[in-house]
Design a binder for this molecule. Structure first.
Ligand SMILES: [Zn+2]
Length: 104
């Protein structure tokens, strides 16, 4: 699945400058890159410093339980909140509005 245009541009800038970039309001699943920016889907978790949408969170949580890694689950999406809003709120609370770019 292609990244949203906004992230694609940010990614290019980061590759050129080597600097972290603003994520803006874009919200994707860090596992499968599904774009949740404007989706109402609920669920998802923050694991370490990555966000996993409702698509991948159940699998991540099952693995975390199995391997005793629940301590790395930083936050879980509260009921009645979309994954996108959950992540945007989390970023504000943790002042982490930048995205660190990893080479693919
Ligand atoms: Zn996913």
């Amino acid at each position: 699945m292609p990244l949203p245009k906004e992230l694609e541009d940010a990614w290019k800038r980061a590759e050129e400058t080597g600097q972290p970039v603003e994520a803006g309001r874009s919200v994707v699943c860090d596992s499968c890159t599904k774009d949740y920016t404007d989706l109402p889907d609920e669920g998802g978790i923050v694991f370490g410093s990555s966000g996993y949408g409702p698509c991948c969170a159940p699998r991540m949580l099952a693995d975390a339980r199995k391997f005793g890694e629940m301590k790395y689950v930083s936050a879980q999406c509260p009921a009645g909140t979309s994954y996108a809003d959950f992540i945007r709120t989390y970023r504000q609370q943790h002042s982490s509005t930048t995205v660190r770019i990893r080479k693919r």
